[in-house]
Ligand binder design. Structure first.
Ligand code: ZN
Ligand code: ZN
Ligand code: FE
Length: 751
C-alpha cells in the first residue's frame, strides 16, 4: 500500500527531510520525500499498520523548529519503490500558500499557557507562527496583520520584538498578542449585561457550566453552545432550545487521555484527534460512561474532539469534564459569528455568553471525520482544512467556479491543477443561508483571484445555487448531473488519469436525473466529462415528495405496494394515514418517481419499525446501520438484475417474511446491508466483463455507512478491482463542488 502525504509549512532548511528519511527507514518503509511546488511531498510504501505508525510519529516527532501548517494524506495503490530516498527538489524556496486554514494550539504555546511564570499565563489568545487563527481572521490578501481582524490591536513593545525577530517563533505571527496589547474576553450574563472581563469572565463561565447552564462561547469560526456533557438535564434543555430533537451533539474532551475513558480509539483516530486540523472524530462509544444519553440518542457513536484554541484549553482544564460543543445557530441557519447575535440569543437559547473583541472575518464550522475502511473519510470538511486545495493529477483548461448543490453545500474555485474548496455552507434552505452562500461565492473569487471562464452548477432547476448561478453568471453557466459530479470527485482526489473511465456507484438520497426523475441508486460508466447510466434501482413513488424524506413510513408504504404486500399487514401506522398515502401513490399525485438508494434504506427502516418519521437528515438509515452492526449474519436477500434495472421487490418480500417469522431486527438489517453489497458486486463484475474497466468509484451520502463502505470495498478488492473511496472530500454533497469544478475545467466548451 502507498501512503501519500502533502505538507505545507516551514519544513525546508530545518532538517525535515532528513527526519522523514530517518523515520521511514527506521520503520522499514520505501518511497521518497520531495520539496514540490505544492509543498513537501512524501510517498511511503509498506504494510498498512506501518504506514499508520509513520503518520502518527511524523506528527509527534517532527523537528522542533519545523512548522506544519497543513497535512493531508491519502492511501493509493502501491507503486513498488525499492528504496527510500530524498529526491532532488522540483523547485527551491518556501512554498507560498496564499490562505492557510486555522491551526490548533501548538505544544509550545500550551506549555506557556499553563506556566505561571510566563507573561502569557492563561492568556486565551496565545498563538505563534505554528498555530492560531488564519482563515477566520483574514479580511484580504496578502496575509499581513493590517489585513486581518487583528488590525485594531497595536502590538506592545515585547510582542513587537518577537514579531520582528527572525529567530523567534513568533516572527511574523500575524495574530501575535499578549494580555497587555491583545484581545480579551468578556462575560455577558442573563440580563445581557457585561459583568466581568478576562480571568473573572472565565471563572464565571466555568461556574455557570458547573451550575448546569448553557453558554454561547466565541470560538474561531463562530460561536459554540456549550454545557456540561454529563448533565442529562441541561443537554435535554439544550435540545429543546435549539429545536434539535435528536441529531447527535459533538463533545469536546479536556484531553486525549479522557477520550479513552469514553470511546474506543484506533491509530488513525488518535492521529485525527491530535492533528492540527483538530476535527470532530466519530468514535465508537464505550458502554458505561457518565455521558448524558441524550447527546446521541439511540446511537452507538459519539463525535469527539479536543480543545483547539487556548480559550477552550483553559475552560476545559478548569472544568475538568467533557462539554457539549455544538454550533450556535437556530436549527438550519448558518453558525453565529457576531457578538451582537450571541448576546441576542441569551434568554432564548443560551443562559449567558463569553464573547471577545477579536472579530471573526468569516464563518467556519468544525470539521467532522470518520475512519472507515482504514481511511480518514471527511463527513464535513471545514475548519482546519478549508480552504486548502485538492491537487489534481492534471491541469485544468480554464479557471472555474463551482457552486455546489443544495444540501451540506460547499463551493469551489479552481485554476491550474488546484481546486480550492470553501468551508461548509450547509443546507441553503432559508434567507440567511442564501446570503451566506452568496458571501462565500464572492469571497472565494476574491481570495484566490479567480476570474472564472466557466461556472458550474447542478442540473436541478429549482436549487438556489442554480438560480443564483443563472442570475449572477449568465451564459458562463454550465450544468452537470449530480451523480456524475459525485463520481468525478472520487476520481479526481484519487488521481485517476484524464482518459480513464470508472464504474461509478453513486448511492445517495436525491439528485436530479437525465429523465427528470429523482436519481439516487445509480451505477454509471463515467469519465471526467461524460457518463452513461448503466444500472439503477427500479423506480418507486415518493408520496409527498420532500415530505417522504422526513416521513419514511410513506416510502415504506410505496415499497410494500410495489412488492404487492398490504401495508396494513406490516406497518403499525394509522390505517387512515395509510389509505391517504396509498391514494397519492395510485393516482400519482405529488408522488414523483425515484431510484434513490437512500430512500430504500429509509423505507426498510420504517418497515422494520425502527423509525416512522425522522428528526434529522438520514436518521432512519443511520439507525438501520447501527442495528446491522449488532449482527454478523452473512445471509443475503434475493434480488433481480434485469436489463439496466435492479429489482428490489424480492428484497421487500424477504424482509417482511423474516419480520413475520420473528427474525431479529439486527439480523434483518444486516441481511439487507449484505444485499446492497451483493448488488454492487454483481453489477461491478458484470460491467467489468462488458467494458474491461477494473476501477470502481464509491460516492454519495450512503457511503457514510461504515458497513457498506468497508465490506463492499474489501469484497471488490478481493475480486481484483481497484476501489476508489473518498479521503479528501466528503462522499456526501459537501464533496460535489470538487467534481463540478473538474468537469467545468475539462469539458469542450460549446456553450
Ligand atoms: Zn503556537
Ligand atoms: Zn503584547
Ligand atoms: Fe448526493
Amino acid at each position: 500500500m502507498n501512503l501519500k502525504i502533502l505538507i505545507t509549512g516551514v519544513v525546508q532548511g530545518v532538517g525535515f527531510r532528513p527526519f522523514v528519511y530517518r523515520l521511514a527507514t527506521e520503520i522499514g518503509l520505501k518511497g521518497y520525500v520531495l520539496n514540490s511546488e505544492s509543498g513537501v511531498l512524501i510517498e511511503v510504501e509498506g504494510k498498512k499498520e506501518k504506514l499508520e505508525e509513520f503518520l502518527l510519529r511524523l506528527q509527534e516527532e517532527k523537528p522542533q523548529i519545523s512548522k506544519i501548517y497543513s497535512l493531508e494524506y491519502k492511501f493509493l495503490p502501491e507503486k513498488g519503490y525499492s528504496t527510500f530516498e530524498i529526491k532532488k527538489s522540483e523547485k527551491s524556496g518556501e512554498v507560498q500558500v496564499s490562505v492557510l486554514p486555522d491551526l490548533a494550539t501548538c505544544e509550545e504555546c500550551l506549555k506557556e499557557l499553563f506556566n505561571p511564570d510566563d507573561r502569557r499565563y492563561r492568556y486565551p489568545f496565545i498563538n505563534c507562527t505554528n498555530c492560531g487563527p488564519r482563515f477566520t481572521i483574514i479580511e484580504k490578501l496578502p496575509y499581513d496583520r493590517p489585513n486581518t481582524t487583528m488590525k485594531n490591536f497595536e502590538m506592545c513593545s515585547l510582542c513587537k520584538k518577537e514579531y520582528e525577530d527572525p529567530s523567534n517563533r513568533r516572527f511574523h505571527a500575524q495574530p501575535n498578542a499578549c494580555p497587555i496589547c491583545g484581545p480579551h474576553v468578556t462575560f455577558i450574563n442573563e440580563e445581557k449585561k457585561a459583568v466581568a472581563e478576562r480571568e473573572k469572565a472565565i471563572e464565571l463561565t466555568v461556574e455557570y457550566l458547573k451550575n448546569g447552564k448553557i453558554i454561547a462561547l466565541k470560538g474561531l469560526g463562530g460561536f459554540h453552545l456549550i454545557c456540561d456533557a454529563t448533565n442529562e438535564e441541561v443537554v435535554k434543555e439544550l435540545r429543546k432550545r435549539k429545536l434539535r430533537e435528536e441529531k447527535p451533539f459533538a463533545v469536546m474532551f479536556p484531553d486525549f487521555e479522557t477520550v479513552k475513558d469514553y470511546a474506543y480509539i484506533s491509530t488513525l483516530e488518535e492521529r485525527a484527534l491530535k492533528s492540527i486540523e483538530s476535527p470532530i472524530v466519530i468514535l465508537e462509544k464505550k458502554e458505561k460512561t457518565d455521558l448524558a444519553s441524550s447527546i446521541s440518542p439511540e446511537n452507538s457513536t459519539v463525535g469527539a474532539f479536543l480543545p483547539y484554541t487556548p480559550l477552550h484549553h483553559i475552560i476545559l482544564k478548569e472544568f475538568g469534564k467533557p462539554i457539549v460543543a455544538t454550533s450556535a445557530n437556530i436549527t438550519d441557519e448558518p453558525i453565529i459569528k457576531e457578538n451582537e447575535e450571541a448576546v441576542e440569543i441569551i434568554g432564548r437559547i443560551a443562559d449567558a455568553a463569553l464573547i471577545h473583541n477579536r472579530r471573526i472575518a468569516r464563518r467556519c464550522d468544525d470539521s467532522v471525520v470518520r475512519i472507515m475502511a482504514g481511511r480518514q473519510i471527511p463527513v464535513r470538511r471545514s475548519r482546519g482544512f478549508a480552504p486548502l486545495p485538492v491537487i489534481l493529477p492534471f491541469e485544468l483548461k480554464r479557471p472555474v467556479i463551482a457552486l455546489g448543490v443544495h444540501m451540506k453545500n460547499t463551493v469551489a474555485v479552481a485554476k491550474g491543477n488546484k481546486v480550492y474548496l470553501s468551508q461548509h455552507i450547509g443546507d441553503i434552505d432559508n434567507l440567511k443561508a442564501e446570503e451566506f452562500f452568496e458571501e462565500v461565492v464572492e469571497d472565494m473569487l476574491k481570495l484566490f483571484e479567480v476570474e472564472p471562464e466557466v461556472v458550474v452548477c447542478d442540473r436541478h432547476p429549482l436549487y438556489y445555487s442554480t438560480k443564483f448561478g443563472e442570475k449572477r453568471f449568465g451564459d458562463k453557466l454550465v450544468k452537470v448531473y449530480h451523480h456524475h459530479a459525485h463520481i468525478i470527485s472520487t476520481m479526481a482526489e484519487n488521481e485517476i488519469p484524464l482518459e480513464e473511465n470508472v464504474i461509478g456507484l453513486a448511492f445517495d438520497g436525491t439528485g436530479y436525473g437525465e429523465d427528470g426523475t429523482i436519481w439516487g441508486g445509480e451505477i454509471l460508466i463515467a469519465g471526467y466529462t461524460e457518463f452513461k447510466r448503466a444500472f439503477h434501482l427500479r423506480t418507486f413513488r415518493l408520496p409527498g415528495g420532500d415530505r417522504a424524506v422526513k416521513e419514511p413510513y410513506r416510502v415504506a408504504i410505496s415499497l410494500l405496494l410495489e412488492a404487492e404486500i398490504e401495508p396494513e399487514s406490516v406497518l403499525k401506522t394509522d390505517k387512515k394515514k395509510i389509505g391517504f398515502i396509498r391514494q397519492m401513490i395510485e393516482k400519482g399525485i405529488n408522488a414523483p418517481l425515484t431510484s434513490s438508494m437512500g430512500r430504500l434504506f429509509d423505507g426498510i427502516a420504517a418497515i422494520l419499525g425502527i423509525r416512522e418519521t425522522v428528526s434529522y437528515h438520514a436518521q432512519a438509515a443511520i439507525l438501520l446501520e447501527q442495528a446491522a452492526l449488532k449482527s454478523e449474519t452473512t445471509q443475503v436477500y434475493e434480488f433481480e438484475v434485469l436489463n439496466s434495472e435492479v429489482d428490489w421487490r424480492p428484497v421487500i418480500s424477504g424482509v417482511v417474511e423474516d419480520l413475520k417469522s420473528g427474525k431479529s431486527l439486527p439480523d434483518i438489517a444486516r441481511k439487507f446491508h449484505n444485499t446492497v453489497i451483493e448488488v454492487g458486486m454483481e453489477i461491478a463484475l458484470k460491467l467489468r466483463d462488458e467494458t474491461g474497466i477494473n476501477t470502481v468509484a464509491l460516492s454519495g451520502g450512503v457511503f457514510q455507512n461504515k458497513i457498506l463502505t468497508e465490506k463492499l470495498s474489501r469484497k471488490l478488492e478481493e475480486k481484483g478491482f481497484r476501489v476508489l473511496i473518498h479521503q479528501l472530500v466528503p462522499p456526501n454533497d459537501g464533496g460535489i463542488s470538487l467534481g463540478q469544478a473538474v468537469y467545468g475545467g475539462l469539458i469542450e466548451k460549446s456553450n
